[in-house]
Design a protein around this ligand. Structure first.
Ligand code: NAP
Length: 543
């Protein structure tokens, strides 16, 4: 039972009415509604629309209503195709409601009236910044239903966007039961669902910022990272790289009290983000790589400011604190952790670079669906190649593994799954050339035992043959690298330069998500201890 504000009396209907009336009385703007109906509007949706409009008109004289038949020229002018449709304040906004605001949708309708009456979107500053990047026309369709308690949150997100940017954003709020042909056309039985220019951008309710980001990127987003306008950021620790090592280090460092920032030039999560399924990270029997990354990033964001899409251009280690120039701003930092990871290794054969993105791929999760029903090869014999071959088979791709030896490096568990999935393997075979004009059409193969060459028709070549460490920055500042190109470090993750640390795949070793996370936590603790009692000063004193 609701209580009256400031007292113990329960709220009765009259009090709720008076509170709503007071709220609506204060609205500065008129709210004109044009209701389009058909054949006299005796249907249940039209009657419900009239009823709810009437109920709100009792609260305020700001609402005006005009009703037209769908055959009226106004309907042609505004391209009204379904009845009932309400067009709201069309001289200012492009907002229409298709169907009636029944059940839970009445909450959205009330919010719509309040937002239009106020003439303000109420979006957060962060959401506004993202929305400002939407500069081309977008038509949003939000499907909801009367019985969906989550729908109003998502519908109000879309409303706020349409009110904030009427010059770009048109909005159709659609009751999925009122117009079955639209619901079927968009396959929107489950609600809420949002389409932008007919592309699905969100399923389920989202926080406002995540919704706005999905709208800007025109694809579903799960995490929002606030942007920073700072030109200079001063930190104790600057982490370069947002994979499991960097993210874990950030959590540990901030919890130790270190002022920390994390920079990632690409997508957060590193290789994990494109790993189809992870089955060996404790606590998760089976989890999509991207989902695991989202969980880690959300966790890290509780602690650290992440600067994503920003690249470190130069590190000046001569100054103390060190100066770091990124593509966006400057950092001054006492220490740096390089957790830059590793990149896909290339075969280095003719046709590979030319046909990259035209049938040659290094990411089955990203590109696999394009090859459904088609024939591809997967090159490699490690955990990645086998995991990705299984993933492709799962997607309905006809995949053959091509491996240069007669034994796989992949874990037995994965090999067993591959045998069970009856994925064929070409043993002792190397790809010598990838052929095709516009797209991959064939590969030239050589048998390592017999030296026999052959060609094989294929629509795609997936390559998963390991990684090379990302050491450009490490080389730039003169860190020692080992014979395989990884950053030389001690067991406290210190590198050859005082104040520079490393963790994760860029330091070599097992390259597991759990080992990278472990190295990140170790490095953060080591950095914390060294900042309290710097080993480089101890060394200087001893000399
Ligand atoms: P990897 O274990 O180094 O295996 C690379 C594979 O590619 C090997 O079979 C290798 O053949 C082959 N290869 C290398 N260069 C080649 C070339 N030029 N031509 C043809 N074949 C070539 O690499 P990965 O599978 O990407 O795995 C990297 C790390 O990530 C590993 O530590 C792995 O365990 C880990 N990982 C873990 C998971 C998981 O746990 N779920 C999933 C993916 C990766 P040879 O065997 O003949 O050397």
């Amino acid at each position: 039972m609701q209580m009256a504000p400031g007292g113990n009396e329960p709220l009765n209907e009259e009090m709720i009415y008076q509170q709503l009336k007071a709220r609506f009385d204060q609205l500065p703007n008129d709210i004109p509604i044009y209701l389009f109906t058909q054949s006299g509007g005796a249907d249940i949706h039209t009657q419900a629309s009239r009823q709810i409009i009437r109920a709100f008109r009792e609260l305020t004289t700001k609402i005006t209503v005009r009703e037209y038949d769908i055959s009226h020229e106004m309907a042609r002018k505004w391209n009204i195709k379904f009845a009932p449709t309400m067009v709201i304040a069309p001289e200012k906004y492009n907002i229409r409601w298709i169907g009636a605001p029944l059940g839970e949708e009445a909450r959205t309708f009330m919010e719509l009236l309040v937002l239009v009456g106020n003439g303000q979107s109420g979006l957060s500053d962060q959401s506004r910044k993202v929305l400002d990047k939407v500069t081309t026309p977008v038509t949003l369709k939000v499907f909801s239903s009367a019985g969906c308690p989550y729908c109003p949150q998502q519908a109000v997100n879309a409303l706020r966007a349409a009110i904030a940017k009427p010059e770009n954003i048109s909005l159709e709020l659609i009751d999925n039961q009122a117009v079955p042909e639209l619901t079927n056309q968009y396959d929107a039985q489950s609600v809420p669902q949002v389409f932008a220019n007919d592309v699905l951008i969100a399923k389920g309710a989202q926080p406002e910022e995540v919704f706005v980001l999905s709208l800007q990127k025109m694809e579903p987003q799960t995490i929002f990272i606030p942007e920073s306008d700072a030109e200079l950021v001063e930190t104790d620790l600057l982490i370069v790289g947002g994979g499991p090592a960097g993210l874990t280090a950030a959590i540990y460092a901030v919890r130790s009290g270190l002022n920390t920032a994390l920079i990632e030039r690409n997508a957060l999560g590193g290789q994990v983000a494109t790993t189809p399924i992870v089955e060996n990270y404790p606590g998760f029997t089976s989890v999509g790589g991207k989902s695991l990354v989202d969980i880690m990033v959300s966790h890290a964001l509780q602690y650290v400011q992440i600067y994503q899409g920003e690249e470190v251009i130069k590190i000046d280690t001569q100054q103390h604190p060190m100066n770091v120039q990124t593509s966006r701003r400057k950092f001054k930092t006492k220490v740096i952790l390089l957790a830059t990871g590793a990149n896909h290794k290339h075969l280095g054969i003719p046709g590979e670079e030319r046909l990259s993105g035209r049938g040659v791929s290094y990411c089955s999760t990203c590109d696999g669906p394009l090859f459904k029903g088609k024939k591809v090869i997967m090159v490699g014999g490690g955990n990645s190649a086998v995991t990705e071959a299984l993933n492709l088979r799962h997607m309905g791709v006809d995949v053959t593994l091509v491996h240069r030896r007669d034994k796989l490096r992949a874990q037995e568990f994965l090999q067993k799954s591959m045998r069970e999935a009856a994925i064929p393997v070409l043993w002792d075979t190397e790809v010598k050339e990838i052929l095709g004009d516009e797209r991959v059409g064939k590969v030239m193969l050589v048998n390592n035992r017999t030296n026999e060459t052959s060609t094989m028709d294929t629509d795609g070549v997936f390559i998963a043959i390991g990684y090379v460490p990302a050491v450009k920055l490490a080389q730039q500042i003169g860190l020692d690298l080992d014979a395989d190109g990884y950053i030389v470090h001690d067991n406290r993750h210190r590198t050859s330069l005082p104040g520079i640390y490393t963790a994760g795949d860029v330091e070599g070793g097992y390259k597991q998500i759990i080992t990278a996370a472990g190295q990140g936590s170790e490095a953060a603790m080591s950095i914390f201890e060294d900042l309290i009692n710097p080993y480089w000063l101890r060394k200087e004193k001893a000399q």
